[in-house]
Design a protein around this ligand. Structure first.
Ligand code: AMP
Length: 249
């Protein structure tokens, strides 16, 4: 079995992974980290729960370890569809970059522009943002995306559902043509395929199976109930659960 120490991650990243208690990479991590570290574009087809966040955060930290942040010119950019997801990426970054001096700013709605402006002015290595908020900052003239070396698009299929694809295309156009792109989606809808064909260059394609399947020792089934009071429904459910659908041997 592959271990994190077999991947060419920065030793400071490896020690943060060990502190987090992880030994072996998940399949998306095992597939995406090596090509990302080689500087290749990656197209990851994976859902939440597969460990996909670390599959882009770990190589990103390793790649950024050399070089320094410049005022108003972030060196990397992560786009996530919602505030919650962006905040999760930021948490992952804090966990795995804790032994480095890399800095981040989280640009999401509901947080004052002022605080975010101060960080951007000082210079950050990693900008983690929702597309609308990022463009708001850009339009206020305080942010340059011409220094972005690594760009991540996370949960592209949700971006599509939320109508963010035109924003994503615009943001791609504001970053350098030479950037490295790590692109993640749970599914490959035709519109997503079009975006990847347009903006990714010869990507390493890594596809992992859905995770949310029950263990083989669990027998699953559906039990139909007629309506009734809450109490009687609850007791009938308990009866059913202790009946035919129990853990096997
Ligand atoms: P994600 O798919 O990125 O939302 O991650 C799902 C969960 O998997 C998170 O709670 C992570 O902390 C956890 N995780 C990430 N990498 C690993 C790993 N290599 N081994 C075990 N758990 C992990």
């Amino acid at each position: 079995m592959t271990k994190f120490s077999d991947l060419k991650l920065d030793p400071k990243v490896l020690s943060a992974i060990a502190d987090a208690g992880y030994e072996s990479p998940t399949p998306i991590q095992e597939g995406a980290i090596p090509p990302a570290l080689e500087g290749r574009d990656v197209l990851g087809i994976a859902q939440t729960g597969t460990g996909k966040t670390a599959s882009f955060v770990l190589p990103m930290i390793t790649l950024l370890r050399r070089g320094r942040a410049r005022a108003r010119m972030p060196r990397s950019l992560v786009l996530a569809p919602t505030r919650e997801l962006a905040a999760q990426v930021a948490e992952n970054f804090d966990t795995y970059a804790k032994n480095t001096k890399l800095t981040k700013a989280l640009l999401i709605g509901g947080v004052s522009f002022k605080e975010q402006d101060i960080l951007i002015d000082k210079g950050v290595d990693v900008l983690i943002a929702t597309p609308g908020r990022l463009l708001d900052h850009f339009e206020r003239g305080k942010l340059l995306l011409t220094g972005v070396q690594v760009m991540v698009v996370d949960e592209a299929d949700r971006m599509l559902d939320m109508g963010f694809i035109p924003d994503i295309e615009r943001i791609f156009g504001l970053t350098p043509f030479t950037r490295q792109t790590l692109f993640f989606s749970a599914t490959m809808a035709p519109e997503i395929e079009r975006i990847t064909n347009t903006f990714l260059s010869n990507p390493a394609k890594v596809e992992v199976a859905r995770q949310a399947t029950a263990s083989e020792t669990i027998e699953q089934g559906v039990v139909m109930f007629r309506g009734g009071s809450r109490g009687s429904m609850a007791s009938r459910k308990t009866q059913a659960a202790s009946g035919p659908y129990r853990r096997r041997g």
